[in-house]
Design a protein around this ligand. Structure first.
Ligand SMILES: [Zn+2]
Length: 475
């Protein structure tokens, strides 16, 4: 067996097998992608990409010896034509139980046939990336053939032929990354076989985490086309529904949070169906047609943001929703649906006559609708003795929502409709407040605050130490 190291990370091992009639060389090419080179595409310089049309796709994989780790996927992960999407996706890989030293895996291709290559793929950030194994093959016809030899039994003593030994650990050290191994033969085909046997070893014994995260094992037929494997992403979970007699179409996407699917269908869907048409009817303007397709999708990459909206999407932070199911979850979606209906972003930005609605009002309107029309019983936007010190009309979110409710009740029941129309047309100006109510926004703000101070029987003092107003968490 000759081994030589190519430049970069490619290692080529040549195993010389001599027989009476032929000289063939088994070649083992191993490659490692690390850092930015390790993408979900599993692209290597010399090792072929994982395939979803290889012979192993229809083969039967059996664990002959050793124990599968329950934290990983089952053995079917190895021939499903799908590779892990990242370096730490245990459910998308197969590996032997932690603390053990590998095991044996048998592949039954169903019948004898030529094998051009055997390719194996793995990915992990640490010592579970490298591949250490021996590969045997058999046609199954040899006398005394044992199809499932346990580890104490030498496969070569029971009808198996040794094909190759693979060890991708450079210099004995186990390095993380993405590994591709391709076993082939200089003569063209490895041989004609029905069975393959992998004797898989752990990469290290310093800790319990030495069993390799294998993502895919391919057996390449010389004639079959190779179609690249795709990433083993989660099965999509989406439900569609309509509202207002089919006028509005919604998609609820809980792919990343299957546990929220039932809640989204039972609790959230009726709120969306009732309130989206209501919001559209509440905020009409000339020539405006609200989006007829809205997707509500749960995400796990939103950081500390509970929910957001944009481009016909309502994004829901799955972690936050799980905690808020019985509290703020539904109301936050109503808030975001108001953003979808507002559509202030549609005005032309390059027009010098176009103004932008101030942010505090963009957020105040959804919170007014949410807290005073959708869920007034929760009293979530009250001005209290604790928060009045900081109550300002432009404090945004629920404080502004309270202010809008007060102006609406006292001066103009159509105030929010009018402000929204102006905002949508890119025509918002501060003077509008005087046009609508006869008073400037500053006067209205002072009057609103005095009203609450009086209601709370507080002396109208300035600079009074007070706590922060209850902070709205919805964006
Ligand atoms: Zn918002």
């Amino acid at each position: 067996m000759k081994t030589r190291t190519l430049p970069g990370t490619v290692t080529l091992a040549l195993i010389l097998i001599s027989g009476p009639l032929c000289l063939t060389e088994i070649q083992v090419v191993t490659e490692r992608n690390a850092g930015a080179n390790a993408s979900g595409a599993f692209k290597f310089k010399s090792v072929p990409p994982p395939s979803k049309t290889d012979t192993a796709t229809k083969a039967t994989f059996t664990v002959v010896d050793g124990e599968r780790d329950g934290n990983g996927g089952d053995v079917a992960r190895l021939n499903d034509g799908r590779v892990p999407g990242d370096e730490d996706r245990p459910a998308e890989c197969f590996f032997f139980r932690q603390g053990t030293d590998g095991g044996r895996l048998q592949i039954d291709l169903g019948s004898n046939g030529p094998i051009k290559q055997v390719n194996t793929y793995s990915w992990h950030s640490d010592t579970r990336a490298a591949q250490v194994y021996k590969l045997y093959a058999s046609g199954g016809g040899a006398p005394g053939f044992k199809a499932e030899p346990k580890r104490g039994i030498d496969p070569e003593a029971c009808g198996w032929k040794f094909i190759a030994a693979v060890d991708t650990r450079p210099g004995g050290a186990a390095e993380g990354g993405q590994y591709g191994v391709s076993i082939s033969d200089s003569a063209g085909n490895i041989g004609s076989y029905r069975y393959l046997l992998f004797d898989l070893s752990r990469t290290e014994e310093q800790d319990a985490f030495g069993n390799t995260f294998y993502g895919e094992i391919d057996v390449i037929d010389p004639t079959a086309p190779v179609i690249a494997a795709t990433n083993a992403e989660r099965e999509p979970i989406t439900k569609t529904f309509t509202a207002d007699g089919g006028r509005y179409h919604f998609t609820m996407d809980t792919t990343i949070a299957p546990d929220l699917t039932e809640w989204a269908d039972k609790e959230l869907r009726p709120v969306v169906q009732e309130w989206y048409p209501k919001l559209v009817a509440m905020l009409p303007s000339e020539g405006f047609i609200a989006r007829s397709n809205v997707t509500i999708r749960f995400r796990d990459n939103m950081g500390g943001t509970p929910a957001s909206a944009g481009g016909g999407f309502v994004n829901c932070n799955a972690g936050w929703f799980r905690r808020e199911l019985k509290r703020e979850a539904l109301g936050s979606v109503v808030h975001e649906m108001v953003h979808v209906v507002q559509s202030y972003g549609r005005t032309r930005r390059d027009d010098p006559n176009v103004t932008r609605m101030p942010g505090w009002l963009v957020e105040g309107i959804p919170d007014y609708i949410r807290w005073f029309l959708y869920e007034p019983q929760t009293k979530g936007a009250e001005i209290t003795a604790r928060n009045i010190g900081r109550a300002k009309y432009d404090a945004s979110y629920r404080v502004t929502g309270n202010f809008l409710n007060w102006v609406t009740t006292k001066y103009d029941t159509n105030l929010v409709l009018k402000l929204n129309t102006a905002g949508r047309a890119g025509q918002y100006r501060e003077e509008l407040w005087k046009d609508y109510t006869g008073k400037t926004i500053q006067d209205l703000g002072a009057e609103w605050k005095a009203f609450h101070e009086q209601r709370l029987a507080l002396p109208p003092k300035k600079d009074e130490p007070a706590e922060e107003p209850k902070k709205s968490v919805v964006q």
